[in-house]
Structure formats: C-alpha cells, structure tokens
Design a protein around this ligand. Structure first.
Ligand SMILES: Nc1ncnc2c1ncn2[C@@H]1O[C@H](COP(=O)(O)OP(=O)(O)OP(=O)(O)O)[C@@H](O)[C@H]1O
Ligand SMILES: [Mg+2]
Length: 295
C-alpha cells in the first residue's frame, strides 16, 4: 500500500496538536535534560516499500508510510503477521532486502540502514527509544533502577552525579515507582514496575521517536490499564512520535492517531484509527473489529 493521503495526515496532526495544547506539560527536569526544539513541520520517518521476508508471507513486504512529529502510528495484526519484523526493519535492527527507511534528524535525512552501526547505536540511545515487550530485553537487570535511567543521559554526555540522580528520581516519580527504590535492581521489581522502569529509561532523554513492541503485552489487565494511561499522558506531554505495535485494537484506539493493519506480511488497511475501527473496509479488519466488539 502506498503512503497515506496528505489530508489524512494533516487532519491527524491538527487533532494531536489541539489535544496537546489543552494539557499543560509537567516539569520534566528540563534543567538537567534540555529538550531540543525540533522542526515541527517536516516528516520524521519515511518508509518506502520496505520488504524483509523469511518465507512466503513471513515478514513484511512493500510497506510505505510517513510519520510526522507528535504522531502515534499503531501497527495491528494477528500473531505472525510481521509486526515485529517491520519494527526491527524500521529501527535499523534488521536490514530490509528491498525498500528504504529514512529518518530526519532535524537537519538532514538519514538512510537508517546506510548510516553505519555506530551512528545507529547512538540514535537508539539518544533520539530514539525502543520499548520491548519483555522489559528484561530492554533493561540492564544487573544494575540499579537509577543507573538504568541515567545510562541514556550519560550517552548524551551528562556526567554530573547529582544531576543524573535527580533526573532518575524525577523519572521514577513520573512513572509512579517509589523513588526509594532507586538503588534496587529491576530483578526485585514486579512485571508492571519493570515495564514502567523501561519506559522511564527510554523517555528520560526526551527521544523524538519511540518504537514500542506490545508494551503492555505480558501484563495483567489492571496493570496494563494503568501503564496505558501513563503512556497516553507521556506521549501527549512530551509530544512523542511513536510507532506502536499491538495485537490489541483497544490499545490502538487509546493511543494511536493512525493505524495500519497488517496481515500475512502486508498492510491491508491504513488510516485514522477512529475511522478504521468505526468503519473497517478490509474483510480482515472487519473480522478483527467484530471480534473485539463481541468481548
Ligand atoms: N529471524 C527469523 N528467522 C526466520 N523467520 C522469522 C524470523 N523472524 C520472524 N520470522 C517469521 O516471520 C513471520 C513474522 O514474524 P513476526 O515476529 O514479525 O510476527 P509478529 O506479527 O510480530 O507476531 P507476534 O504478534 O506473535 O509477535 C513469522 O512467520 C515468523 O516465524
Ligand atoms: Mg511480534
């Protein structure tokens, strides 16, 4: 499927900005972690015909879209449809066999797969975030919660111990973890707390772009609801751009401005989330939507 229509994008961006302007942002320790003023108008990420197949219809093929600053793009589809493969290709972890992914770093367009390993690693530790489904994969389990949060700031050059610790304390509060747990390792945290810590670790550097792979997938429903609420607030307050993988359309409805529905490696439907969920066009999307309405 080709890139989404310009009107759809503009409508979505206008809606997001209007939403964001209603809330006054909390104080996110801007003194210790200044937030750069990014160019608001140019796109942030562009995928063109991205293809990576492990077998027939296994992986992703011919995926194109444009992501603008402040947008949350949901990616939904059944297990095995290729969501994680696409996310890995978008974030540079996996080399596509065809197509391109370009990221605008505020100055230039970078080809995500041509920039070189060290630049890509730096991006993943600074301007980008990656929230893994399993927080174990996104945390360093052997170091304290505070060190987990401070690490990204250090990658950006922060060295002052007092400021790093203050930023970690602030972020523990933002994600509703008792600040007294700052010196504990994630091994002593519950699954929900670990996921909160992973979110703090990723967002402390005020990334411009965050990839999330089923961020609430492995959690109890009540824990899930609180984390989704937290994510929704943070996404708005920090005006994050997010590519969010979920198999759960209720999660997509809550967080995503736009939605792409994936089936057997291809995008079968894309558009505004509310529109797709209220009036799905593709038979597969209709099936997905009717199955959540039944529960
Ligand atoms: N490294 C790999 N080697 C071989 N096959 C792979 C590899 N990674 C993914 N696949 C296959 O590609 C297809 C898509 O997998 P992927 O993990 O992207 O699906 P998904 O939509 O994320 O599923 P889930 O919702 O279960 O996480 C599957 O058939 C999977 O077996
Ligand atoms: Mg997956």
């Amino acid at each position: 499927m080709s890139a989404l229509s310009c009107d759809t994008l503009l409508e979505s961006r206008a809606r997001r900005r209007a939403d964001a302007d209603e809330d006054s942002p909390e104080n996110f320790s801007e003194a210790t972690t200044p937030r750069p003023a990014w160019a608001a108008e140019s796109p942030l990420l562009q995928a063109e015909h991205v293809t990576r197949l492990f077998g027939p219809e296994q992986g992703c093929q011919d995926v194109s879209f444009t992501l603008y600053p402040g947008e949350v793009l949901g990616l939904a589809g059944e297990s095995g449809s290729g969501k994680s493969t696409l996310l890995a290709a978008l974030s540079g972890r996996l080399l596509p066999e065809a197509g391109h992914v370009r990221y605008h770093d505020g100055k230039d367009w970078l080809d995500v797969h041509a920039v070189g390993e060290s630049r890509r690693r730096t991006l993943l530790r600074t301007e980008w975030g990656f929230v893994e489904q399993n927080p174990r994969d996104g945390l360093r389990m052997s170091v304290s919660a505070g060190a987990n949060i401070g690490e990204r700031l250090m990658a950006q050059g922060a060295r002052h111990y007092g400021k790093l610790r203050q930023a970690a304390l602030d972020w523990l509060r933002h994600v509703e973890i008792e600040p007294a747990r700052i010196d504990d390792t994630p091994g002593s945290f519950s699954g929900g707390m670990r996921q909160r810590l992973q979110i703090a670790r990723n967002l402390v550097s005020f990334p411009r772009l965050v990839f999330m792979d089923e961020p609430t997938g492995g959690l109890d429903v009540s824990v899930q609801a609180r984390i989704l609420d937290l994510l929704r607030n943070l996404v708005r307050e920090l005006k994050l751009s997010v590519v969010l993988v979920t198999h759960d359309l209720a999660v997509a409805r809550l967080l995503a401005d736009r939605l792409m529905v994936m089936r057997r490696s291809r995008i079968v439907e894309a558009g505004l989330t509310d529109q797709i969920l209220d009036d799905p066009q593709h038979p597969y999307t209709q099936l997905l939507v009717s199955s959540i309405l039944k529960v």
